[in-house]
Design a protein around this ligand. Structure first.
Ligand SMILES: *[C@@H]1O[C@H](CO)[C@@H](O)[C@H](O)[C@H]1NC(C)=O
Length: 402
């Protein structure tokens, strides 16, 4: 049922290796210094999808220390000073109403197994507390958000029973809900209650605005860029940027050429233009990194894999960004958003879960029974969609590509 995207916050902490080197000049030296003080937290990486696509999730056949068929591997993570990563549990839209839930759970599982296989590199984190990215669960146990999923992208590139996707805004698909469905409203409130971040990458502008109206917690765009710089409907328009600022949320810049320049080619300077623009419109508190590595096929010249990310930081320094602004974009902004969402969760502690299931008619298909739905008519019944909601919340699907 959910063929959309969620993403989990599993954190890759590299422990040591604060290499040095000033091979690329004073801005690079300063970039690496700042990145050693404030670990980069990236909003979106599709390595788990590559593990499925290339290895059917058979991790025993993969060596992440030497893997060269992906844009992400352990040496590249270290060279790129990646401090924490939201690994996406993407499943394609074709799985919707078929095996989306199974595939999603398998993607979450492969992230867990990846962390277990490389404990010296990856630690699992579920909270902003307890030493930030240490992966400790501190006072806010992970079981509040099953499976450790910290954000849910409301759609991928297809409508879901709860929200319209960005393709509606291009005119290539009809709107199904005019934004969020009533169940979508329930979903937003439940995510606030659970302390899960709401990710607005991939949705229509109507959904963006409805969520910004409703959510008590800041929202994120885990991998989207600025529409004013490249008018692609996956990017964020200025009026929404301003609302994200007012809500204390964050837009994590996507490096996919098609969203950076609206063409097949791009360079580091083009990417930096998006950071500059979001900072100009929404302030340095609203900027972040969401590279979309291993989810996209075309990356800017000089940013071909995750090892190259410090070059963006060096370019921003060259453009006059202050150390504080850089640290905000690297990770402090996202940490602020996470702890704000946790505060909202704590404030809502007395609220009961909303267990009203999605109407059966909205999810009817030959693959689904109707057990529990009294008036579902005919033959089989339907399953408790409250359960489906729970699964939706745990599941993580995320948006690869586009
Ligand atoms: C990046 O590409 C733009 C065209 O989009 C070009 O004007 C600029 O000179 C390029 N910058 C570098 C550093 O190559």
């Amino acid at each position: 049922m959910l063929s959309e995207v969620i993403s989990a916050a599993y954190v890759a902490l590299w422990i040591s290796s604060c290499a040095s080197s000033s091979a690329e000049g004073p801005y690079m030296t300063r970039a690496l210094q700042l990145m050693s003080e404030t670990p980069l937290i990236d909003g979106h990486n599709d390595l788990p999808w590559q593990l499925r696509k290339q290895f059917n999730n058979e991790l025993n056949k993969v060596n992440l220390n030497t893997l060269e068929t992906t844009q992400t591997n352990i040496p590249k993570i270290k060279e790129g000073r990646l401090g924490a990563q939201f690994w996406s549990a993407y499943v394609p839209c074709e799985t919707q109403f078929k095996d989306a839930v199974r595939q999603t759970l398998e993607q979450i599982d492969v992230v867990h197994r990846m962390c277990q296989k490389y404990p010296e590199t990856f630690m699992f984190a579920t909270s902003s507390q307890g030493g930030s990215l240490s992966g400790q669960q501190s006072g806010h146990p992970a079981h509040h958000v099953p499976a450790g999923v910290r954000y849910l992208t409301l759609t991928h590139s297809c409508n879901t029973p709860w929200a319209d996707n960005w393709l509606v805004d291009t005119g290539s698909e009809p709107s199904q809900h005019n934004g969020l469905s009533p169940f979508g409203n329930q979903l937003i409130m439940e995510m606030n209650r659970l302390g899960m971040l709401i990710d607005l990458a991939h949705v229509t502008e109507a959904v963006m605005n409805q969520v910004l109206d409703m959510s008590k917690a800041p929202v994120i765009f885990s991998h989207s860029s600025a529409y004013s710089i490249c008018p692609h409907k996956r990017n964020v328009p200025d009026d929404v940027l301003i609302r994200v600022r007012d809500k204390k949320g964050i837009v994590m810049v996507n490096f996919y050429n098609d969203y950076v320049t609206c063409s097949k080619t791009a360079n580091i300077s083009n990417v930096a233009d998006h950071f500059d623009h979001i900072k100009k419109v929404a302030g340095p508190g609203a900027v972040g990194f969401g590279g979309d590595y291993d989810g996209v096929s075309r990356l800017p010249e000089g940013l071909e894999d995750v090892s190259k990310v410090p070059r963006v930081v060096a370019e921003l320094l060259r453009r006059g960004w202050t150390n504080e602004e850089i640290k905000a974009a690297l990770g402090n902004n996202l940490l602020r958003v996470l702890s704000q969402a946790e505060k909202v969760r704590d404030d809502l502690k007395g609220k009961s879960p909303d267990d009203v299931p999605i109407p059966f008619d909205e999810v009817k298909s030959s693959c689904r029974t109707s057990y529990g739905y009294r008036n579902a008519g005919a033959v089989h019944s339907l399953g408790t969609l409250a359960l489906a909601l729970t699964l939706a919340l745990q599941a993580l699907v995320t948006g690869i590509v586009s």
